[in-house]
Design a protein around this ligand. Structure first.
Ligand code: CUA
Length: 312
């Protein structure tokens, strides 16, 4: 198992190992005894069966020992379960939104990130989670934290990271074609770095041109996972040389990739499907602010090849 990196991880592992070793010991005892008795009391021609059908001490032993084991596991498990379910009062609260096929994280300071959850070390973090489409599951193996994320309903989990570094987020509920690519990372930083990061994030875009901001958002909002800028088609069409060009659509018509087309494609991706691509893009409604939409459009405009610019 990956190294224990949250306050709860040790408890989860201890219970897991207890159940595993208790199970292995019981398996060994039962198997050895069964083999021993099969050999020792095998029926030979002359012997009759002993006729013994009941033994009170034995019945008591194999009823009481498993009952004690089950009570230990239940009490132990229930205590840890309560601890995992009830977030400390002073926890930092972050809103998690799952959708096909990425995670977005909303901080109360106004910062939104995609596939990157930045948290301070040694501080409890409470996640309030919901899905925009199907059931997903938020899973960080290093923290031993896993919780289903459902549409039309909030689920809550929390953790306190004990080590700095990057830890993988997986989606642990099959959610369609892109399930295996629904990856994120928890970045655990020092409390000072965290405060600095939040301030920087809240001020994102100040002092940047729209085009520069768009280039950052292209990575930060995970556009690059489906749309390449080198001219090659991926899950989605390339963004290179897209602006102001005609785009063939699934229904046989054409659209011109102007500002309104790009904006519509980000907010309502199902309205115009480009021929040859699957209708899998999630909506960015509520994730991109107006200025961010403008910035991405400016960035896409900048992705024209030189020759093209001189042609026009
Ligand atoms: Cu989301 Cu699997």
């Amino acid at each position: 198992m990956p190294p224990e990196s949250s306050t709860i991880a040790g408890e989860v592992d201890a219970l897991f190992y207890f159940i595993m070793y208790a199970g292995l010991i019981l398996l060994a005892v039962v198997t050895l005894l069964a083999a021993f008795f099969v050999l020792k009391y095998r029926r030979t021609k002359r012997e009759q069966t002993s006729g013994i059908a009941y033994n009170t001490p034995l019945e008591i032993i194999w009823t009481v020992i498993p009952t004690i084991l089950i009570i230990i596991v239940f009490v132990w498990g229930f205590k840890s379960y309560l601890k995992m379910r009830v977030a400390p009062k002073d926890a930092i609260e972050i809103k998690v939104t799952a959708q096909k096929w990425f995670w977005s994280f909303d901080y109360s300071e106004g910062v939104t990130t995609v596939n990157e959850l930045v948290v301070p070390q040694d501080k409890p973090v409470k996640l309030v989670m919901s899905s925009r489409d199907v059931i997903h599951s938020f899973f960080v193996p290093d923290f031993r934290v896993k919780m289903d994320v459902l549409p039309n309903r909030y689920t809550v989990t929390w953790f306190e990271a004990t080590r700095r570094g990057n830890f993988n987020i997986f989606c642990a509920e099959y959610c369609g074609r892109g399930h295996s690519e629904m990856l994120g990372v928890v970045k655990v930083v020092s409390p000072q770095e965290y405060t600095g990061w939040l301030e920087e994030g809240a001020a994102l875009g100040e002092g940047l041109t729209l085009e520069e901001l768009g280039a950052r958002l292209y990575i930060a909002k995970a556009c690059h996972t489906c749309h390449k800028i080198d001219g090659a088609a991926s899950t989605g069409p390339t963004l290179k040389n897209l602006f102001a060009h005609a785009v063939p659509l699934e229904d046989g018509t054409q659209a011109i990739a102007d500002e309104n087309y790009l904006r519509e494609s980000m907010l309502n991706p199902m309205s115009k499907i480009v021929a040859g691509f699957q209708p899998v893009m999630p909506t960015y409604q509520g994730i991109l602010k107006d200025r961010e939409l403008d910035a991405l459009i400016a960035y896409i405009k900048s992705l024209q090849i030189e020759k093209d610019a001189t042609d026009e």
